[in-house]
Design a binder for this molecule. Structure first.
Ligand code: FDA
Length: 299
């Protein structure tokens, strides 16, 4: 990270929300469900699928978790009514995981049930490592209850992920593989960029060889190229995987992947809780200092 970017990360909390909003526009579909539907329609026209995400996490009130569940059920209705190509990603802590895992389970179950009634799919995002075990438990309980229209996420930076992938492959899981975004302790996570990349490709090989459906979620050329090489070498069918990217990130590379005939899904976040998500994206963005400067000076 450049010195200027480090500086911007430090001062980000005091940069006016309006400036962050202007820069962050590219990463979020908007505030309302209608905004998100419109963005998904545009992506669909370009031959891309979507996964819609109602922003928010760490809910502390049961009533809030219930409201989030109702809003996510409404996303599925909007997908059906507008005939758009999208599934939905959910975060356990927005559905009550930190309050009570049973409440979270019931909320996710209601969402998965709605999705199943319209032949759609729910991806359970993976949050910080304090939630990994409970998230996998909820996923497995739903599978045991007969639901097959859901999948989980594995983070390549976690030491435990190799064992998780080994088990998930045996269970025939649908897995999104990503590097992982939370700041985890070196006791449980790789911190070195090369180690994370190596583990990503190792886990991807296990998943593809084991026959799992994989969402390859990365913007990293090294991993995209490595994945394509692996797919070619193993002769994996195009229906066994998809690339996944976040809205607003590396759009040129995204278009190239689609043009090369691979399936690609864009993660489309929206909602009133856009600020926390946007600052996280900005901290990752190597060009962030430039964007912020531009937003301040170019009106
Ligand atoms: P890396 O961060 O090295 O980025 C590679 C390149 O992409 C950068 O060099 C830059 O050029 C570009 N880039 C990356 N971010 C950018 C930005 N914000 N703006 C502009 N350019 C940017 N994590 C998690 O812990 N749990 C989860 O459930 C998910 N879910 C998820 C879904 C999807 C669809 C994606 C793409 C990612 C996630 N993630 C996630 C986040 C993931 O773990 C990871 O933090 C980010 O994808 C960044 O890692 P990359 O592999 O893209 O590499």
């Amino acid at each position: 990270m450049s010195v200027l970017n480090k500086f911007v990360v430090t001062v980000l909390p005091v940069i006016p929300k309006a400036v962050v909003g202007q820069v962050a526009k590219r990463y979020i579909a908007g505030v309302t469900l209608q905004d998100a539907v419109r963005v998904v329609q545009e992506l669909n026209q370009k031959g891309m699928m979507a996964t819609m995400d109602l922003l928010g996490e760490d809910v502390t009130q049961v009533s809030e978790a219930t409201a989030v569940k109702d809003n996510i059920v409404a996303i599925f209705r909007a997908i059906r009514d507008n005939s758009i190509g999208s599934n939905v990603s959910v975060k356990p802590t927005q559905l009550g995981l930190k309050i009570d895992s049973e409440i979270c389970y019931q909320n996710i179950r209601a969402i998965v049930e709605q999705a199943r009634s319209q032949s759609n799919f729910v991806r359970i995002d993976m949050e910080d490592a304090s939630t990994t075990e409970q998230t996998l438990d909820i996923y497995r309980r739903l599978r045991k209850d007969g639901y097959t229209n859901l999948g989980v996420v594995v983070q390549a930076y976690l030491h435990r992920s190799e064992a998780d992938v080994t088990a998930l492959v045996k269970e025939g899981a649908n897995v999104r593989l990503c590097k992982g975004i939370y700041d985890e302790s070196p006791a449980i996570a790789f911190k070195d960029r090369r180690q994370i990349r190596d583990n990503f490709l190792k886990l991807l090989r296990f998943l593809l060889e084991g026959g799992s459906y994989v969402g390859i979620a990365t913007h990293d050329d090294f991993l995209i190229d490595g994945a394509m090489e692996l797919i070619g070498k193993l002769g994996v069918k195009p229906t066994q995987y998809e690339f996944q990217m976040l809205l607003g990130v590396r759009e040129n590379r995204r278009d190239q992947i689609v043009q090369a005939g691979h399936r690609l899904r864009v993660y489309v976040p929206y909602g009133e809780q856009w600020y926390a998500y946007s600052t996280r994206r900005l901290k990752e963005n190597p060009h962030m200092a430039w964007y912020i400067t531009k937003a301040i000076f170019v009106r």
